[in-house]
Design a protein around this ligand. Structure first.
Ligand SMILES: O=C(O)/C=C/C(=O)CC(=O)C(=O)O
Length: 264
């Protein structure tokens, strides 16, 4: 009797499990792309409405004008395209040549006219969406690193971009707040913001309970395996995102809300 390769491998062994994991990573990434598109359209609309004077006024971020924020969002899209290219080709493409190059590009870009900023933002967002749409299924499972030296699967990249777009839309200080984030985006934003606080050596031991649409709650433990007293914090997703990203001191959250280490 001959045994087909499929039958001899079996459903529960490592190759088929790996294939299932790869498929689910790709599905997770691709599911987020319409949300990224929706957030990007909101961003385009807000930036297009600013005008020459307002775009060069201060943003909500210390030392940055709105033009710095727009310029940063455009370069972030390009940096994430580099990571997608790395995942797709296997050839290392760092997000930025260096932190100094990143900062210099943002600074230089911030001096441009509003129309140039708008067009640069649109073109870079389009490049990001095109690169994400062209990813082969398997490439979403390839490991890359961004600015922090922590490897992660490329499947996380759409969530990173979604987070970046919404948080900086709020930073533009042009009328959008975290309360404007659509319900189906909220959990992704909290999950992404939490990743920057997981097991940081300077982090706080926090159990964060977040209220989500549909009367759901989700719990995150920011730092595990430490003996220090645990801070139990709870509240809305919008308040949690603002706190986790350093955009609030925890306004609207309940419990023993500690000061978190700086966002970054
Ligand atoms: O997750 C990381 O390691 C890095 C994220 C970023 O660098 C996001 C930015 O601040 C940026 O693109 O400049």
């Amino acid at each position: 009797m001959s045994i087909s390769p499929e039958a001899s491998i079996g459903q529960n062994d490592v190759p088929s499990q790996r294939r299932a994991d790869e498929r689910s990573a790709a599905e997770r990434a691709v599911r987020l792309l319409p949300l990224v598109r929706q957030a990007t359209e909101r961003l385009d609309h807000v930036v297009a409405g600013l005008g020459e004077d307002a775009v060069h006024q201060p943003s909500g971020l210390p030392g940055w004008s709105r033009a710095h924020v727009v310029s940063h969002l455009a370069r972030n899209a390009d940096g994430l395209v580099n990571l997608l290219t790395w995942a797709r080709t296997g050839v290392e493409h760092p997000m930025y040549a260096s932190n100094a190059d990143r900062d210099a590009d943002i600074e230089e870009g911030a001096g441009r006219l509003a129309q140039v900023l708008i067009e640069d933002l649109r073109a870079s967002s389009d490049r990001f969406m095109a690169a994400a749409a062209a990813m082969p299924e398997l490439a979403w499972s390839s490991g890359v690193t961004a600015r922090r030296p922590v490897p992660f699967p490329a499947a996380n990249i759409p969530s990173m971009r979604l987070h970046e777009v919404w948080v900086h839309l709020v930073d533009l200080d042009a009328g959008v707040t975290f309360a404007d984030v659509p319900q189906d985006h909220l959990e992704h934003l909290v999950a992404e913001a939490v990743t920057r606080h997981i097991n940081r050596p300077d982090g706080k031991r926090v159990r964060l309970t977040v209220e989500l649409p549909g009367d759901r709650e989700r719990v995150w433990d920011l730092v595990n395996g430490r003996d220090d007293p645990r801070h139990d914090v709870s509240g809305s997703a919008a308040a949690a995102i603002a706190w986790l990203t350093g955009r609030s001191d925890g306004d609207g959250l309940r419990g023993d809300v500690p000061v978190l280490p700086a966002w970054g």
